[in-house]
Design a protein around this ligand. Structure first.
Ligand SMILES: Nc1ncnc2c1ncn2[C@@H]1O[C@H](COP(=O)(O)OP(=O)(O)OP(=O)(O)O)[C@@H](O)[C@H]1O
Ligand SMILES: [Mg+2]
Length: 491
C-alpha cells in the first residue's frame, strides 16, 4: 500500500470549498492520486457516505483509476470489494461505487437512479457535458457540516471543460492548475526524459499543464492568433463602420451586436432572453447611435422576424446567409465556413474584444473536411452537443468581418430580383413563411400589397438599383432608408 502525502497543490484542491472542483493540468501531476484520496477521505469522514468514482470508459477506469485507488486504500478500512457489482464497501458503511459513463448503458441507467454525497470524475475531458450535467443532478446526499462536491481531473483540453472551468469562472467552480514538476513522487529524471521526447509546444501542454497552448488539430483559430488579436494595440478604429448581428435562437443563447470600426471590433450590445421586438428595438437604437453604419444580420430562424421588424421601422438591414454558396465553392462548403477562415486570416490585423466567452468560443470552434473535400465549420448544434456554449459572440464577429461574397442585396431586394429573373434560392424557413404571404408584404413593408405575380408584374419594368457589392467598406448605410418599390417605380 502507498502512503498518500499530499503536496501543496493537492492540499489546495482538497481544501477547496467550491462545489465543482477541477484539478487539471499536466501528466503525472498527481491528479488521480488526489481524486482517489479525496474519495477515501470522504468515505472515512462520513460513515454511510455514497461516493461515485468514475471515468468515461470503464475499461480505462479499471486499468488506471481503480489501480491507483487500490494502491492507496488501506485494506483495514475495507469490508468488501464487490467486483461484479462495482463497489467497495467500507467498515463504517460508506461505499465507493465505480463506473464508466460513456459506453455501458446499464451502468448509466444505474447512475441515473442513484444519489451520491461525492462524485469524482477522472479525466473529465473524455466525457461529455451532458454526462456531467446528469451527474450534477445525482449529487444530493447531505452530511451535516459538509458540502456535496463534484471533483474532477483533466489534462489540458479545448473542449467544454475549458469553457466551464478555465476561461470563465462560474459561481461554485474552482480550477486548480496541476503541474508535474510539483509531484515529488515521480521517479527521478521523469520530467527531463519526457522533455527530450516531446516537441516544445507539446511539452508545455503535457508537462507544464499550459492550457493556453492547447490546439485541436481541427481548430479554426490558433490560440496564439486569438491572444494577439485581443491585445493588438496597433489596430486603428479609423475607417468604415459595420455591425454584425447574431440573434439568439434558443433560451440560453445571446443576441450579440458586434461593431467593426476600421480594424477594431467591440461588442456594444449583448443581451439574453428578450422578445424579438425588443431585440429589434435594441438593434435600431445601436444603429441610431452610430451614423452611417452598415448592418449585416443573420436572418435565419428567429432572426428573420427581428430583421423584418428593423426593415419595417425603416432601417436597411443586409441579410447574412451562412448557408449561401461560398465565393470559393471548390474549397468551402458554404459562406459560413469561408467567413470563419476569413476571420482567422484577419486576426493578424484586427483587434477583437478581450472577452473570456469569445476566447472559449474561438478555441472550441472546429472544422471538418467533408467527403467531397470541402471545408465545413462546426454548427452551433454540434458545438452544444459537445457541451460548448453556443458561439454567438463569435458568429457576430464573423458576420461583422465578412467582407467577400455577402448577399449583394438586402432582404427587401427580393421582389426586384424575382422580377429580373435573377436566381435567388430562398431558405426553407423563408419558403415556409412565404407560403401564405406575398413577397411584397414580406420584404418591403406595407407599400405594395399583392400576390407575388402582381408584384412581379409591377416591378417588371423597374430598373433595379443593385447595391454595391461586398466589403464592409461598401454598401448602403443602415441609417438611410431604402426607397420602396413603389417609389422607385414612380421615378
Ligand atoms: N501525494 C502523493 N503521495 C504519494 N504518491 C503520490 C502523490 N501524488 C501522486 N503520487 C504518485 O505520483 C505518480 C503520478 O500520480 P498520478 O497517477 O496521480 O498522476 P496523474 O496526474 O493522474 O497522471 P496521468 O496524467 O498519467 O493520469 C503515481 O505513482 C502516484 O502514486
Ligand atoms: Mg491520472
Amino acid at each position: 500500500m502507498k502512503t498518500y502525502k499530499p503536496f501543496a497543490k493537492q492540499k489546495k484542491a482538497h481544501n477547496s470549498k467550491a462545489l465543482y472542483v477541477l484539478y487539471g493540468g499536466s501528466i503525472g501531476s498527481g491528479k488521480t492520486a488526489w481524486l482517489c484520496n479525496s474519495a477515501i477521505m470522504h468515505a472515512v469522514k462520513y460513515p454511510s457516505a455514497r461516493i461515485l468514482l468514475c471515468r468515461h470508459q470503464l475499461v480505462s477506469f479499471k486499468r488506471s483509476t481503480l489501480q491507483t485507488l487500490l494502491e492507496f486504500l488501506p485494506s483495514d478500512l475495507v469490508r468488501r470489494h464487490h467486483k461484479s457489482e462495482h463497489y467497495i464497501q467500507f467498515r463504517n458503511g460508506s461505499k465507493i461505487f465505480y463506473s464508466g459513463l460513456g459506453s455501458e448503458t446499464g451502468d448509466l441507467d444505474k447512475l441515473k437512479s442513484s444519489e451520491y454525497s461525492l462524485i469524482c470524475i477522472d479525466q473529465v475531458e473524455e466525457t461529455t457535458s451532458a454526462h456531467f450535467l446528469m451527474l450534477v443532478s445525482r449529487l444530493r446526499i447531505h452530511f451535516k457540516g459538509y458540502k456535496n462536491q463534484l471533483l474532477a481531473t483533466a489534462n489540458p483540453d479545448s473542449g467544454w471543460i475549458r469553457a466551464r472551468w478555465v476561461d470563465t469562472r462560474k459561481p461554485d467552480h474552482e480550477f486548480i492548475q496541476a503541474v508535474c514538476a510539483e509531484n515529488i513522487f515521480l521517479p527521478a529524471g521523469y520530467e527531463e526524459r519526457m522533455r527530450q521526447v516531446y516537441p516544445e509546444d507539446m511539452a508545455r501542454v503535457l508537462l507544464d499543464g499550459d492550457w493556453d497552448l492547447i490546439q485541436d488539430a481541427a481548430s479554426v483559430f490558433k490560440y496564439s492568433d486569438i491572444e494577439r488579436a485581443m491585445i493588438n494595440e496597433k489596430a486603428s478604429d479609423k475607417g468604415p463602420l459595420c455591425f454584425g448581428v447574431d440573434i439568439a435562437r434558443y433560451g440560453t443563447s445571446e443576441s450579440v451586436i458586434c461593431k467593426l470600426a476600421g480594424s477594431v471590433c467591440t461588442f456594444p450590445d449583448i443581451f439574453g432572453k428578450v422578445s424579438l421586438m425588443e431585440t429589434a428595438g435594441k438593434i435600431v437604437q445601436a444603429i441610431d447611435r452610430n451614423k452611417e453604419v452598415k448592418v449585416k444580420c443573420d436572418m435565419v430562424g428567429l432572426g428573420a422576424g427581428t430583421g423584418d421588424r428593423c426593415i419595417e421601422l425603416g432601417y436597411n438591414i443586409y441579410e447574412y446567409r451562412g448557408s449561401a454558396k461560398a465565393d470559393d465553392p471548390k474549397k468551402f462548403k458554404n459562406k459560413r465556413a469561408q467567413d470563419y477562415f476569413n476571420l482567422a486570416s484577419l486576426l493578424k490585423t484586427l483587434k477583437i474584444p478581450n472577452d473570456p466567452k469569445l476566447r472559449s468560443e474561438m478555441v472550441g470552434m472546429r472544422y471538418f473536411i467533408l467527403s467531397d473535400g470541402l471545408i465545413q465549420c462546426e454548427s452551433k448544434d454540434s458545438m452544444s452537443k459537445r457541451g460548448l456554449p453556443s458561439p454567438d459572440r463569435l458568429d457576430a464577429l464573423v458576420i461583422a468581418c465578412s467582407g467577400e461574397g455577402e448577399s449583394e442585396y438586402s432582404r427587401d431586394d427580393r421582389p426586384f430580383l424575382v422580377s429580373l429573373g435573377i436566381e435567388y434560392e430562398p431558405t426553407k424557413e423563408e419558403l415556409d413563411r412565404d407560403e401564405n404571404e406575398s413577397w411584397a408584404q414580406m420584404g418591403s413593408g406595407p407599400t405594395i400589397i399583392g400576390s407575388r405575380d402582381v408584384v412581379r408584374e409591377a416591378l417588371s419594368e423597374v430598373r433595379v438599383k443593385k447595391y454595391p457589392n461586398s466589403g464592409h467598406s461598401m454598401g448602403m448605410a443602415a441609417t438611410k432608408k431604402k426607397k420602396s418599390p413603389r417609389e422607385l417605380h414612380s421615378e
